[in-house]
Design a protein around this ligand. Sequence first.
Ligand code: ATP
Ligand code: MG
Length: 563
Amino acid sequence: MFIPTLRDDPADAEATSHRLMLRAGLIRQLGAGIYSKLPLGERVARKVEAIVREEMARIGAQEFRLPMLHPAEPWKESGRWTSVKEELFRLKDRKQADMALAMTAEEIFTTIARSELRSYRQLPQIWYQIGDKFRDEPRPKSGVLRGREFTMKDSYSFDLDRAGLDVSFEKHADAYRRIFSRCGVETIPVEASSGSMGGSMSVEFMAVCDAGEDWIVVCPGCGYAANLEKAKSVALAVADPASAGAVEKFPTPGVRTIEDLARFAGGAAAERQIKTLVYVVDEQPVLFLLRGDHDLNEVKLGELLGAAPFRPARPEECRAALGALPGSLGAVGVTALRVFADEALRGRREMTTGANENDFHLRHVDVARDLPQVIWADLRNARAGDACVRCGKSLELRKTIEMGHIFKLGLRYSEAMGARVLTAEGVEVPIVMGSYGIGIERIMAAAIEAHHDKNGIVWPIAIAPFDVVVATVKASDPEQLEKSERMYERLTQEGFDVLLDDRDERPGVKFKDADLIGVPFRVVLGPRALAKGCVEFVARAGGETREVPIDQVSAELRQRIPK
Ligand code: ATP
Ligand code: MG
C-alpha cells in the first residue's frame, strides 16, 4: 500500500484539512486548485460516493455519466455562455469551434430531457451523475475545499408542475440531511441566493468550519438561518435627539472616510452618518445610502436591480454626477438621479452626510424631511447582534463552508432550451426543473475539519479509508508476522476493510502513522499481549486501549462498527 505520510507540516497549507490531507498521504497538488488523489484519498472518496449513491437510490434517482467536454451550443441556448464569466473554462477544438468544460450540467441534462421526454406519463424523473467539474475559481484555496477541478454529485429533477418540483426538492433535502449525517458532517440548511444558476429559491447546507469563506446568520431563538448574502435582519435602533434645526453645511478638510469623520472635531459617530455609494447601473449613476457603520450587500443590490449590470462608479464619474469626489458625497437635494436608501435609515434625525462639495459635509440632516426622494430597500449585510426578523432575538454569525446546494430552477432552462411535455389534456408545457449539488471532496475535507486532534485525522467510521489497522510490533519476528497475516485475512474475509502494517519500522513510527491517517481502530500484535493469546485493541477516537483475545477481535469490531 502506497501511503506517503509526511512528518512535518507542509508549507502553504493553512487549512487544517488541507494540511492533514497532505500529511496523511491522501492528496498531492498538481497546480493551483488541482489535486491528485492518492490511493488512501481515493478510498475515502469512494466511501463518500457510496453513501451518496445509496441515498440517491433511496429517493429514486437514476445514475448517468455525462461528458465533461461540452460543445458551446447548449450553453449559448441557455444564455450561460455569456452570463457566466471567467468561471467557465472555455476552449476551442481544432476546427475553432467553442467548447466548455463541465461546470454543472443543467444544459446537458436538459438536452436529453427535451429530446426524450414527451409526455406527462414519463414524469417525474430524477437524474444524476457523480463526475468531475471544472471552475476557474478566482481564489482556489484551502486544498480540495475550493479546487478548480473537483467531484460533484449533481442531480436534476423534471416535473410536470410546481407541486411536483416541491416534492422532488423535499426528497433531495431529506437525502442531503442523511448524506451529511452519515458522513459525520453537521450542516445547517440556510436560505441562499441562487446566483448564476438562476431559479426562484435555493437552500444551502453549510458546515461550520474555520476554513470556510461563507458567513451565515443564525437565530438561536427560532432557528432562522440564512446566508449573509441574503439574510434579513433588523438593525438595533439608534436613539436620535430631536431635530436641532435646518441642514447646515460645515467644512471638513481632509475628511474622506466614515472613520475620518467620526474622529473629526465636530464630526459624527459612524451610526450618525449617512454613507453615500455611487454605482453605475445600466450606464446611469445611482445612489445607495446606508448608515455609516453598515456595509452594502452586493448580492441584495443585484436582486434589487434585476438583470441590470452594475459596478461601482469611478471617482471621476462621481464628480461628473454630483460635483464632488467620494468622501464628500450625499443625496440631499439630489433629484436628477435615482436614490435608494437602506431601511435602517428610516426616520433618522440629526445625521451627517457629504455636501457634494469637496471637503464639506452637512449636519442636522433629517431623513424624512431632507431625503424625501429615496426609494427604500434592504441593502445591507446583517450583523451579529441585529434582531431576528422573525422572533426578535439577537442574531449570530458563523463562518461556514457550503457542502451542498439545492435549487428550484423552475422553467429557467426548459423555456430557454425548449424542453416540453404534453399534459393529460394534451397541452404542451415546459418541464419544471430543479438542480442539486454536493461536493465529494468538500465532504472529505469538512469531515477532517470536524474530526481531528493533534495527532492527525479521526475519521468518522462510515467514510474512513480502512476500518482497522493490524500492526505488527516486530515484523522480523516470524510468529508475530504470521499471526498478523492471519488476523488480516480473517478480518478481511469477515468483510472489514483492513490495513496490515507489517513494515520493518519501529512501533512508534507505525502508531504515529496510524494516528495520522485516522483509521478508527488499531489491533496491535506484540509479544506481551500475544503471550496471553491477546492483542492490544485501540480506538482512535478517545484513545481507549484494552486487551482483547485474538478470537474476539472481529466480534469487538462488529459491535463498534455500525453496518
Ligand atoms: P461556493 O459558494 O462555495 O463557490 P457554489 O455556490 O459555487 O459554492 P454550487 O454551484 O452550488 O457551489 O455547487 C454545488 C456543490 O459543489 C457545492 O455545494 C460544493 O459542495 C461543491 N463545490 C462548488 N465549488 C467547489 C469547488 N471550487 N471546489 C470543491 N467543491 C466545490
Ligand atoms: Mg462557487
